[in-house]
Design a protein around this ligand. Structure first.
Ligand SMILES: Cc1ncc(COP(=O)(O)O)c(C=O)c1O
Length: 375
C-alpha cells in the first residue's frame, strides 16, 4: 500500500542519532541544525532522557485521564518553577496544533465570542481552528471557512484597535518569533499595546510558544522578552525532545469545568516523563544560557558572510536571508556538506533550529560550508 503522498522527501534515511548528529543507513554522519523542525531540544539520544523513558515504560506507559496521574502535577510545578510563569494551570495534549486548537476553544468558552485575530505569515497548525488562524490558503480546506479569522500585520496598533473595538473577538493569537513565517518579531510597543487592548475588550491573548518555547529563544518562552502576561500559552515541539507531547498553560482568570477540554493520549505517563527529563537537562546543562550565547555567536559570525542579506531571530531560533531562493542551497548543504537546515514560507530564508546543546564548532562548520557553496 503506498503512503499518502503529502511530503516532498529528501533522499536520506536516518537510522541513528546522537547529540547534534544524525546518521543515515550507510553510517554517513549529518550535522542536525534543523532539530527535526525545532523538536530536538536537549539533543538526540540524551542519556537522562532515555533512562527516564525506559524506567517509566517498565512501570506504566499509559493510562487514561480518568485516574490520578501525579506526574502531571509534578510537570506542572516544574514548568511553573523553571519558566517563572506562576499562577498558571496546565492542560496536556499531544501536538502543537492541538494545543492551539484547545487554546482557541478555551478563549471562545471564556469570552462567549468567536472571532479570532491572527497575524500575517502566522503558522498555528493544521487542525480546524488552528489552520484557519494560519496565513496560508494552500493548507485550508473549504471546511475551515467556518471559522471567523482576520489577519493583520505585526505592529499595526490601529488595525488591532479597529478589530478589537468591534467587540466580537475571543482571541488574539501570536508567535513572539514567527517560525514557519520566517522569524519576524513584533515590537515591544506593539506587544504591550496588544496586551492592554485585549484586557480592555475582554479578548484572550494567546502566546503560541509551540516552536519558540522550552528554551529555544534563550528564555523559557520567547514572549518573556516583553513584560506581558498572556491568558494562554501553548507548547509542544521541544517539550518532549521527540516524544509527542504538548500542552497549554491557562491563566486562572479562565475557569475550568468538567468536560470543557479532554483528550485520550494527552498527559500520559510517558509523555510526562519525557517532558520532565527535558526540563531536568535544560536546567542541569544550562541550555537556556547556551541558546543565548550561541545565538549571539551565530549572529556575529553571520555578519562576515557577504552573500547573507540579513540574519534574523534570537537564541537558537535563527535564520539567514539570501538574495536568491534557498532550495538548491539547502540541498547542497545536505548532500555535499551533510548539514540539515530548515526552510520557511520566505523562500529566501534558511532556518537554523539546532538542539540547544549545539557548540560554536558546529556553527563554524555551517559557515565554512556556506563559503564553499558560494565559491
Ligand atoms: C508556531 C507553531 N505553532 C503550531 C505548530 C503546529 O505544531 P504541530 O505540527 O505539532 O501540530 C507549529 C509547527 O510547526 C508551529 O511552528
Amino acid at each position: 500500500m503506498p503512503l499518502f503522498d503529502v511530503y516532498p522527501l529528501y533522499d536520506v534515511e536516518p537510522t541513528k542519532a546522537r547529540g547534534v548528529y544524525v546518521y543515515d543507513k550507510n553510517g554517513k554522519k549529518y550535522l542536525d541544525l534543523y532539530g527535526g523542525h525545532a523538536v530536538i531540544s536537549i539533543g538526540h539520544g540524551h542519556r537522562t532522557y532515555k533512562r527516564a523513558l525506559r524506567k517509566q515504560l517498565n512501570r506504566i506507559g499509559f493510562y487514561s485521564n480518568a485516574v490520578q496521574n501525579p506526574l502531571q502535577e509534578k510537570l506542572s510545578s516544574e514548568i511553573n518553577r523553571q519558566s517563572g510563569c506562576k499562577d498558571y494551570e496546565l492542560f496536556m495534549c499531544s501536538s502543537g496544533a492541538e494545543a492551539n486548537e484547545n487554546a482557541l476553544k478555551l478563549a471562545s468558552f471564556h469570552t462567549g465570542k468567536s472571532r479570532v485575530i491572527a497575524f500575517d505569515n502566522a503558522f498555528h497548525g493544521r487542525t480546524s481552528a488552528a489552520v484557519a488562524a494560519t496565513d496560508n490558503k494552500m493548507i485550508q480546506a473549504p471546511l475551515n471557512d467556518q471559522h471567523k479569522v482576520d489577519f493583520i500585520p505585526f505592529n499595526d496598533v490601529e488595525a488591532l484597535d479597529k478589530e478589537l473595538s468591534k467587540g466580537d473577538v475571543c482571541a488574539v493569537i501570536f508567535e513572539a518569533i514567527q517560525g514557519v513565517g520566517g522569524l519576524d518579531e513584533p515590537t515591544n510597543a506593539f506587544v504591550t499595546a496588544m496586551e492592554q487592548m485585549c484586557k480592555k475588550h475582554n479578548t484572550c491573548l494567546i502566546a503560541d510558544e509551540v516552536q519558540s518555547g522550552f528554551g529555544r529563544s534563550g528564555d523559557f518562552f520567547a514572549f518573556q522578552n516583553y513584560s506581558i502576561t498572556p491568558h494562554i500559552i501553548t507548547m509542544a515541539k521541544g517539550m518532549g525532545n521527540g516524544f509527542p507531547v504538548g500542552g497549554i498553560l491557562v491563566n486562572p482568570v479562565i475557569e475550568s469545568s468538567y468536560g470543557m477540554l479532554g483528550t485520550t493520549f494527552g498527559g500520559n505517563h510517558l509523555a510526562c516523563r519525557a517532558a520532565l527529563a527535558v526540563l531536568e537537562v535544560l536546567e542541569k546543562e544550562n541550555l537556556y544560557e547556551n541558546a543565548k550565547k550561541l545565538g549571539a555567536y551565530f549572529t556575529e559570525k553571520a555578519k562576515e558572510l557577504p552573500f547573507v542579506t540579513k540574519s534574523k531571530g534570537r537564541g537558537l531560533m535563527l535564520g539567514l536571508e539570501f538574495e536568491n531562493e534557498v532550495g538548491p542551497l539547502r540541498k547542497e548543504l545536505i548532500f555535499s556538506h551533510q548539514i540539515f537546515t530548515g526552510g520557511s514560507s520566505n523562500k529566501k530564508l534558511i532556518r537554523i533550529l539546532p538542539p540547544l546543546n549545539v557548540q560554536k564548532k558546529h556553527f563554524d562548520n555551517l559557515f565554512n560550508a556556506l563559503l564553499e557553496c558560494h565559491k
